[in-house]
Design a protein around this ligand. Structure first.
Ligand SMILES: [Zn+2]
Length: 87
């Protein structure tokens, strides 16, 4: 018998369109949608939740990893509530 995997909320970094900081977002899956919330300003967006979503987050992580070379401050984005302003 196969158990349904429990999906934990995913923390990921991105630039928030509402507060314009680079912040930690928390995606909480709910069926085929997920609520993605800025842990700094509370801005919420519903995103489609599908099996490739982790790859999507991985890609943006890759992008931010590259950006870290120019902006090492991004490495400080680790915990909910962290936010960084870049020029
Ligand atoms: Zn925000």
């Amino acid at each position: 018998m196969q158990k349904t995997k429990k999906v934990d909320p995913i923390l990921h970094r991105q630039k928030c369109p509402a507060c314009e900081y680079y912040t930690v977002y928390r995606a909480i899956p709910a069926g085929d949608k997920a609520l993605d919330t800025c842990t700094h300003c509370g801005h919420q967006v519903a995103i489609a939740w599908h099996h490739e979503i982790k790859a999507v987050f991985k890609n943006s992580e890759k992008f931010l990893k590259n950006l870290e070379e120019m902006c090492p401050e991004l490495k400080e984005l680790r915990n909910p509530g962290d936010h960084i302003k870049l020029d």
